[in-house]
Design a protein around this ligand. Sequence first.
Ligand code: SF4
Length: 457
Amino acid sequence: MPVSGSGIVKMLPGRRPCKECGFPTCFAFAMKLASGGTTVDKCPYLSEETKAKLLDLLAPPIKLVTIGSGENKLEIGNEEVIYRHEKTYYHPPGIGLLISDKESKDKIDEKIRKIKELQFPWIGLTLKASLLAPYFESGNKDKFLALVKKVCQSTDVPMVLISEDMDALFSARDICADRNPLLYPITKENIEEAIPKIKEKPSPIGVRGDNLESLVPLTIKLKDNGIEDIVLDPGSKNLMEAIRDETFIRRAAIKQGFRPFGYPTIVFPCFIAKDGLKEAMTGSALINKFASIIVFSDFDQYSLLPILIQRLNIYTDPRFPMGVNEKYYEVLNPDEYSPVLITSNWALTYFLVSSAVETTKIPAYVCVKDADGLGVLTAWAAGKFDGESVGAFIKRCGIADRVKHKKLIIPGKVARIKGALEDALNLEWEIIVGPKEATGLGKFLPEVAKKLLALKK
Ligand code: SF4
């Protein structure tokens, strides 16, 4: 439960305001601390005990856990709300692919290839799965370790190492400790044996309980031993249980501030669903229901893409329209005589315009002006797509150095900015009013391209 400023102020020294924290009173400091605007160490008069208590109270309700290392590391947790519309969700779940050491060499190679190659460009982003989960299923430790080595050498994606056999699990960890893998499962049966080994080379760990209640003593014990990079698995056996458990964990962590459940979670549609379609549906439901890592037994482009788009939609900040970066984009390798279009940076607008250009098969530049993610007409009405600001953007984006003509196509819906835009560009550019809808480019763009081609000759 978030701590309030008035709750914090009771813990402060309450001296005559010395202002050493940079605030006029202890109360002002407390209010700022509660909202995350300053840090505990700014008050030099707090005892170590109070500091620790405050840090605990101010910690996010769900701990941030990092799996993997380098550019591809996966960060999960640190969520602040139950419902997305209350604020936003921050860290999208990692989508993982299980690789059993019982699978054939060809299947293992295929799965490694999938994790590397199944990537989808999507409105300025690249959507992809992000984890591999080597699974000790064969009973042959050497086979499992060979699989872990192979995965390590072939990819740099984060890994979830899965083994009920502790010796195999920690031997696998030793192979790739520098890659910060998630070790799974730590249970009530193996926790005593595991704790010293985890402390030897700290790694995030997946804790599995038989049910929700049984997780509590495990996470408390780990925390008491200084192990806090924890991911929870309440051992749900089907989709209904998984939704119930995930919801309970999220509510307990955020509404009640129940620390033993203040960690991200892992779910295994690969183990709890019976076939491919049910697995995809289970994973899809658990994207909505708070899972932080979702492991599938397999996927292809047809089952993975909808999952990734759903994840993108759920984890997009609802407070801001989805936008693409301000710059000029090259569509189909344009040259110095290719048409230049301009639009606003609402992701959907950019996607429609660039797709319409692609359909014409005419290479072109699409200049995208930052308009806080608004569509063209709304941006114009809000004063974010007027002649002056569009002109300033054209000057600074560098498109003038890429083309040998000065003809700029503006969306037909904002034809009225033509005069102001010409003025802003010192009458150096010819402003051409394009169609009102992107679909009109099919007929419009070939005509413009023909005229530009004539300039070339
Ligand atoms: S430094 Fe500490 S004691 Fe001094 S005003 Fe700030 S909060 Fe109060």
